[in-house]
Design a protein around this ligand. Structure first.
Ligand code: C2E
Ligand code: MG
Ligand code: MG
Length: 710
């Protein structure tokens, strides 16, 4: 198969869905990664927020303690600190515990801790929390920890916490005249308010779903002591609500998108498969088509596993399929094609291939061991096919092109790497075409001779025009003698091709090709022109000229003005018409009979002699003798070849001569080589003999000598 075509097929077959799948995976990985980052950020912010709140509370307790120490009232503050409900401890720089509270710390004693929170700021008291930069979170005894260094707590978030706190209580102004007790009461109330609002925003511990404990250490009394309190980060369901809703929405959207994309990919895969199927499916038989055959077959034969086997490519043709369609219908014809396909399918082995090419052509790939057995197999397949419809007599022709085992220079079996199945299939078709002149069933093999023939045909076709223009075609003359008197009575002009490369080429090697490609009409003109010129020249020189016959191909007779063309050519040379005879091959009489009769009549009117060449060679029809007003009957050389079958051969010749005479026709016997034949023909009254006995076809000069000798 042509590389370009197989490339096209590979392109169509290529499944690009994996690109979509990779893109899908990439998109989803990216979305997942972004969501993960987002979730981490959310959790981090959330934890920092919570930790911040705890940190501020502990800072406040530490501040209370610090103030009480400054005021010398630390014994009073212990009960306040215990009231806070936190486990805590106070220790000095040497690690000695000054005071401790809570089971999770060092001792089991419990103290109450005041919940007052305030910061004095000049005359005003700001309700809120104060910070210090020396706070750390510690691992507790159960290894639950959150390791948040002080520096990582976002200042913004602290500010947010402040705003929350302040927004609910705000800055309060206390009159200077107010007593200390009243001042303390106002502050306490405000603190309570702040606490409430803070708890409301930061969540209620009792509804926590998750508690993460950690320890907060605050340096107090100018770094001489350390206030350490246990804190918790409480997570409640509602803390995650927005995030969960967001995640759910993203999840639903993502799933919908994912399903859509998957459906899209599946649709793509399915439609791509359909296209491939369509590319390889034959519409008539629903089986495989030629494209499939060439593409798959080539791939198959290139494989290692097939390298050791012989294969044969077959072009099988259902003869007269079109006639069947014409008499019945195209639909019926196609049903028949389907049946043939089914029969062929049954005849094949698993590793063999079958395709319906087009119309009545089928392509097969068969495996074989022995070429004779292969031939028998193909013949038996044809026998099976002939019975495809018992009401009709069908015929099938098969052209077979064997695919041999490939070997390298050292005789080792190699893979058929550069194998082109299309070329082999074409060879099978060429082999089949050698039988195309008949409609009978048959099998023809493609061999080297066929290749040679084909090459020769190409060479001839390629060079024909050049040869004509450069007068490479030479006229030979073969004299015709009277067997009674041995006198020269006529001659036949026979073409020869003299070429520098090809040498001397006899007409049998190129005339059939010219007949096929239509160049024969030009050759006939060429010959007629040369003969007419020669005759004119010889007449002018005073030679004793005799009529010379020129062969006119059957292909020429489709031209309605053929007689006029001949007349004009001869007239152009100035040759009297009686010196020109025209030979028509017998097969020409099977074409348009009426046109032929008209042309013959016209030629005779113009004064030319017309003869029927090769009478008795193939499709003799006595009828044509009846209808055609011919002057000469040329008995085919076959009558005189080989051993004459006793009297029977002689009887036929004798009767043919008699018949011609009765029809007022002269007779010429062709191919006469021996004296006995000459004597016999003379006795029977044959007018002329053209044969090697008298003379072979000869060049012009030799023929002139013969004329002169007369
Ligand atoms: P044809 O027209 O029947 O020519 C007679 C052929 O028989 C010639 O072959 C001639 O050489 C051969 N022949 C004659 N006597 C004998 C004999 O005693 N023994 C044998 N073995 N052969 C003999 P040639 O020249 O090879 O021509 C073959 C055919 O080619 C001719 O058959 C004719 O059909 C065709 N042909 C030749 N020249 C022309 C031409 O100029 N135009 C056309 N259209 N066809 C031509
Ligand atoms: Mg002839
Ligand atoms: Mg002849």
């Amino acid at each position: 198969m042509a590389k370009k075509n197989s490339k096209k097929i590979r392109k169509i077959k290529k499944n690009r869905s994996w690109i979509s799948i990779i893109i899908l995976i990439l998109i989803y990985s990216l979305i997942g990664f972004l969501l993960f980052i987002f979730a981490c950020m959310m959790i981090s912010v959330f934890v920092q927020n919570k930790a911040n709140s705890e940190y501020d509370s502990v800072r406040y307790l530490a501040h209370l303690y610090e103030r009480s120490v400054k005021e010398g009232k630390q014994e009073d503050v212990y009960s306040q600190l215990t009231d806070s409900g936190r486990a805590f401890l106070i220790r000095d720089t040497d690690g000695n515990v000054i005071y401790q509270q809570g089971t999770a710390t060092l001792g089991d004693q419990k103290y109450k801790l005041a919940t007052d929170m305030f910061v004095e700021n000049g005359d005003d008291i700001d309700i809120g929390l104060n910070y210090s930069d020396d706070m750390y979170l510690y691992e507790d005894s159960q290894d639950d920890y959150i390791d948040v260094e002080d520096g990582t707590i976002e200042p913004d978030f602290r500010a947010l916490f402040d705003i929350i706190t302040m927004s609910s209580v705000g800055k309060i102004e206390i009159d200077d005249n107010v007593s200390e007790e009243e001042k303390a009461r106002i502050v306490k109330e405000s603190i309570n308010e702040a606490e409430k609002s803070t708890r409301g925003i930061m969540g209620d511990n009792t509804r926590s779903t998750l508690r993460l404990p950690f320890w907060v250490s605050v340096s107090v009394n100018e770094g001489k002591e350390e206030f350490i309190a246990k804190s918790y980060i409480n997570f409640a369901m509602q803390d995650f609500a927005v995030f969960t809703i967001f995640l759910a929405a993203v999840g639903i959207l993502g799933t919908v998108l994912f399903i859509t994309m998957i459906i899209n990919i599946i649709i793509n895969i399915v439609s791509q498969r359909r296209v491939v199927k369509l590319l390889f499916t034959d519409m008539v038989t629903n089986g495989h088509n030629k494209t499939w055959f060439l593409y798959r077959g080539e791939q198959y034969l290139r494989k290692w596993k097939t390298a050791r086997n012989n294969y044969a490519v077959v072009n099988l043709v259902f003869m007269k399929y079109r006639t069947y369609c014409m008499c019945h219908s195209v639909e019926q014809g196609q049903i028949l094609l389907k049946k043939v396909y089914a029969v062929l399918g049954k005849e094949l082995d698993k590793k063999e291939m079958l395709a319906h090419e087009m119309d009545s052509n089928y392509a097969l790939l068969l495996k074989y061991d022995d070429i004779d057995r292969l031939k028998m197999r193909v013949q038996s397949i044809i026998l099976q096919l002939e019975k495809v419809d018992l009401e009709h007599a069908f015929s099938f022709q098969a052209g077979v092109a064997p695919v041999g085992i490939a070997k390298n220079e050292s005789g080792k079996i190699i893979r058929r790497k550069d194998f082109d199945l299309e070329v082999i299939y074409n060879n099978a078709c060429t082999a089949r075409e050698t039988m195309s002149s008949s409609d009978e069933s048959g099998v023809a093999f493609f061999d080297d001779k066929l290749v040679e023939d084909q090459r020769w045909e190409d060479t001839v076709t390629e060079r024909q025009r050049f040869a004509l223009e450069h007068e490479e075609f030479i006229v030979y003359y073969q004299p015709k003698y009277d067997p009674g008197t041995d006198k020269l009575r006529g001659a036949e002009a026979l073409i020869r091709w003299q070429n520098e490369d090809m040498g001397f080429v006899p007409p049998g090697r190129f005339i059939p090709i010219f007949e096929k490609n239509g160049f024969i009409t030009e050759i006939d003109h060429y010959m007629l022109e040369h003969v007419a010129k020669d005759q004119k020249a010889w007449l002018d020189k005073g030679y004793k000229c005799v009529p010379v016959s020129v062969n006119i191909s059957r292909a020429h007779f489709i031209e309605s003005d053929l007689a006029e063309q001949i007349r004009d050519i001869v007239d152009k040379a100035g040759t009297p018409h009686e010196y020109i005879e025209l030979e028509l091959t017998e097969s020409a009489f099977f074409d348009d009979k009426n046109a032929l009769i008209t042309t013959i009549k016209k030629l005779k009117e113009y004064g030319f002699t017309v003869s029927m060449d090769d009478f008795g060679s193939g499709y003799s029809s006595l009828n044509s003798l009846k209808d055609m007003p011919l002057d000469v009957l040329k008995l085919d050389a076959e009558f005189f070849r080989g051993k004459a079958e006793g009297d029977r051969g002689e009887i036929v010749i004798t009767e043919a001569i008699k018949l011609a005479k009765s029809l007022n026709m002269r007779t010429v016997a062709e191919g006469v080589e021996v004296k006995e034949q000459v004597d016999f023909l003379a006795k029977q009254g044959c007018d002329m003999i053209q044969g090697y006995y008298y003379a072979k076809p000869m060049p012009k000069d030799d023929y002139v000598e013969r004329m002169k000798a007369e």
